[in-house]
Design a protein around this ligand. Structure first.
Ligand SMILES: [Zn+2]
Length: 144
């Protein structure tokens, strides 16, 4: 009994290395934990199971703060909160004018110039708003 069934020596078609984990397609990305190429919409990496932070929605709260400190509302615009940014810009401009106006009226009183100290307070408050909004966006508490 000599079963002669051996004939698997041929060069089998081994072209299965085309889809290796190389460069991600436009709708793919690297896992933030293990580096595997995964779907860009994936919330959890199928390889390591770590939740992904979608990079497109991630806001740098410090950038938001500084931006709104330089130009009131710019940080909110950076957060994709354009309407809020415009409102902050207009609101800050109005507040500044009112503060300067009141300080001008009260300039003959000692506390008059002190009103000008409210200007940086308003600007920092707007910047702080941008900061907290960015953190809430990152937490998923709100969407821009
Ligand atoms: Zn992973």
């Amino acid at each position: 009994m000599s079963s002669d069934e051996s004939d698997d020596g041929g060069p089998a078609s081994s072209t299965a290395e085309a889809g290796a984990a190389g460069s991600p397609a436009p709708d793919e990305m690297y896992c933030s934990n293990c580096g595997s190429v995964i779907d860009a919409d994936a919330e959890i990496c199928p390889d390591c199971g770590v939740r992904q932070q979608s990079a497109t929605d991630e806001k740098n709260a410090a950038v938001s703060f500084v931006a709104s400190l330089v130009v009131p509302g710019a940080g909110q615009v950076y957060n994709d909160q354009v309407g809020r940014g415009i409102a902050m810009f207009v609101g800050t401009a109005v507040m500044d004018l009112v503060i300067v106006f009141v300080a001008g009226i009260l300039t003959f009183i000692v506390i008059g110039p002190l009103f000008l100290l409210l200007i940086p307070v308003v600007h920092v408050a707007v910047a702080y708003d941008a900061y907290t909004q960015a953190e809430k966006i990152n937490d998923g508490t709100i969407t821009p």
